[in-house]
Write a protein that binds this ligand. Structure first.
Ligand code: DAH
Length: 340
């Protein structure tokens, strides 16, 4: 019996030391100590041992079991340590290795201008209203006091989807939605894409505008001029001034074209301002009473001003871009250069 146990012990220890993985070690444990294991079989056979020999044999079995278990534990520890070391090794990083370079993206110039305008008008207390790209003839023209025979309604200027629906030609349509939804005081800007059948170096069939509308008690053209002066300094730089020239829009009375003093030559005349010292940047005016009244606003109490800015025009002036197409061609060599 003693020899048999000795053999089990030697075999077990040899197998344990040979085990290369945790799985194999577990198998070895099962074949010796498991339910059907070799040592378990010896224990089961104890009843055949003569009663007077049982304590001694029992002691040998226990010693064998302890010896095997302590080897199993030691081997387990070793294998676990080796696994950990292997993991450390495989996860090792060389911190002296030069980093992989990632190309840094850039916001599109129109997005940059849009964000700047929203920041500037936001700082003056304007809220942002976003209109839709598909509009009805009513919001785009009729409610803006545009006569039925106005040339802007012409098939050649407007993309009609049906007699009633069209692609929004001006963010001014948003003015009507806002005035229908809200009572004065109103102070909003409304950025959006607009569409017109127009295509040359400075016009694109799709471009981006930002509308502004203020309606409150006692609003005059002076408020518009004061706000514009602040705005142009923030977007084009200190020292820039504005000039208002009479113009015509159906939805404003009086209507003005707004020029800024040329930020390239300072007003003395250059190529950018075509020698005039002034650059036209936007259209504006005092909201026509017919528009306010159409939206149920009492013109005895309230008045307003409105303005419409072409964002591509601002971007072209600010970043010195001479062809509007450059902004829609997605040429990264161009777009990557344009950033504040
Ligand atoms: N909607 C005009 C356009 O697309 C721009 C404009 C002019 C908007 C005067 C206004 C305004 O709000 O008062 O040409």
């Amino acid at each position: 019996m003693r020899e048999k146990l000795q053999k089990i012990r030697e075999n077990a220890i040899a197998e344990i030391e040979k085990s290369e993985g945790l799985e194999r070690l577990n198998e070895v444990r099962q074949t010796i100590l498991g339910k059907k294991g070799e040592l378990t079989a010896v224990l089961k056979a104890m009843k055949e041992v003569a009663p007077q020999d049982r304590p001694k044999v029992g002691q040998w079995v226990n010693e064998t079991r302890e010896a095997i278990e302590s080897h199993l534990t030691a081997r387990l520890k070793k294998l676990e340590e080796a696994a950990l070391l292997a993991r450390y090794e495989s996860e090792k990083i060389d911190i002296t290795m030069p980093a992989e370079k990632h190309q840094k993206g850039n916001l599109h110039p129109i997005t940059q201008i849009r964000n700047q305008l929203i920041d500037i008008f936001g700082s003056m207390g304007f809220e942002v209203y976003e209109g839709t790209e598909i509009e009805t003839d009513y919001y785009n023209f009729t409610a803006l006091n545009t006569p039925d025979d106005h040339p802007a309604r012409d098939m050649q200027d407007t993309f009609y989807l049906s007699p009633e629906y069209l692609l929004c030609t001006q963010t001014s349509a948003g003015q009507i939605h806002v005035m229908e939804e809200k009572k004065p005081p109103i102070k909003i800007v409304s950025p959006g894409k607009v569409f017109r059948s127009d295509d040359d170096a400075t016009h694109s069939p799709m471009f981006t505008q930002m509308e502004g509308l203020v309606v409150d008690k006692g609003i005059t053209l002076c408020d518009l001029k004061g706000m514009l002066d602040v705005f142009v300094r923030k977007i084009f730089g200190d020292g820039i001034t504005t000039r208002l020239r009479p113009s015509y829009f159906p939805f404003t009375e009086p209507s003005v074209e707004v020029d800024v003093s040329c930020f390239q030559c300072g007003g003395s005349g250059c190529r950018l301002c075509k020698g005039t010292g002034w650059i036209e940047v936007l259209g504006a005016g005092v909201v026509n009473n017919r528009v306010l009244e159409g939206c149920g606003i009492d013109t005895e109490i309230y008045s307003g001003f409105a303005f419409g800015i072409g964002m591509e025009r601002i971007a072209m002036l600010k970043y010195g871009i001479n062809n509007i197409k450059l902004m829609f061609e997605s040429d990264l060599r161009v777009l990557n250069q344009i950033s504040d």
